[in-house]
Design a protein around this ligand. Sequence first.
Ligand SMILES: [Zn+2]
Length: 155
Amino acid sequence: MPAIATTSSLNDYPRLSISSYLEQLRITQPDSLPVSYKHKGKHHSYNIELAKTSCNYGNYRYWFLCPSCSKRTGVLYCAGSYVCRHCIGASYHSQLQQPVDRIYTKLNALRERLGWQVGVIHGIGERPKGMHHSTYERLLVEYEQLINKLIRTFY
Ligand SMILES: [Zn+2]
């Protein structure tokens, strides 16, 4: 369940919530918020741009502007530098794509092309109707190589 994995993993990141700065923002009305922290022994210090939108009674609602995608967000997450949940989600998923996952992805793509059942790794299927013998042979070789790669990652 990728959705659940993403949610629980977000809790593992240090977060910065705009709500914890409301008092300070109301008084100083800054355009950006300086952050200073240590990540893996390296010191980081920079400003995060802010945006404000007006709400009732002439008040403002403050937002962070994600340093990566510039979208408005109330919470930033840190995996080296602070970004919004979409940006950290994207990097989390690419980190998650381990070599084994990439092999599975390729295997499934190949099985789909061959018209074989996707999601299982065993069993070599028939040559699809209309596919050239040479293409089929080539794809079989490719398939064998991926299976061997997969086996090597396990042993
Ligand atoms: Zn972002």
